[in-house]
Design a protein around this ligand. Sequence first.
Ligand code: SAM
Length: 218
Amino acid sequence: MKKPEFIARQGRRPTGLLGAIVARIMARETRPENERALHLLDLADGDSLIDIGCGHGETLFKADAMVRLAGSAGVDFSEVMLKRARARNRDAVWETRLTLHCADTSALPFPDNRFNKALSVHTIYFWPDPAAHLAEAFRVLRSGGRFVLCYRSTADRRAVDGFPDTVYRFPQVQEIEGMLSRVGYFQPETLTEDIAGRLTHWSVAVKPKAKDSKAGRS
Ligand SMILES: C[S@@+](CC[C@H](N)C(=O)[O-])C[C@H]1O[C@@H](n2cnc3c(N)ncnc32)[C@H](O)[C@@H]1O
């Protein structure tokens, strides 16, 4: 059965009291996908990580517990989510290892080449022009930096049948890999796994070093 549209809209941009409840549930529900994304990022001490559509901030908290982050950031346009993320990451924010920003992920408030790791989990369904958001992730990533995009796709009937298509647009893996390549990433690769009945994909892509991109174009 499809989720009612007013609940689905809370997934896209949580607001108000219902949004706060959704944030709490989501922090628990999406943990396995986010943990896998963090492992695929191959984090190391001193990494500057950006979580694009960070929501509740649980993943940034986890990353900062795995390694010592530096100059990291979370971006989301939901104030309800950011409130929770700020509370969860109080220490890292206070110690200036992390900043949290209310912004649309189609225009990230950072200069080029700012981070060396980036992830975005369960966000692409809501982006009217996904390539524009992926290009932003590419822009703020340094050469050699790694990006992990996690999503469900049209290959999972439970996803397609479970959410209203007025709010969620599930992509195909090929479509995502094509977009990542066109934006400039080097040979994106996708891992697929069933997580508690949810067929989930993690597309992993690297921003080429300057000499690689020249070689790629010749
Ligand atoms: C389904 S939640 C996923 C949250 C978190 N990444 C996770 O895995 O649990 C989607 C999040 O992306 C945010 N979001 C969606 N579209 C956005 C946009 N265009 N700009 C900024 N944030 C966006 C929403 O506010 C929400 O917090």
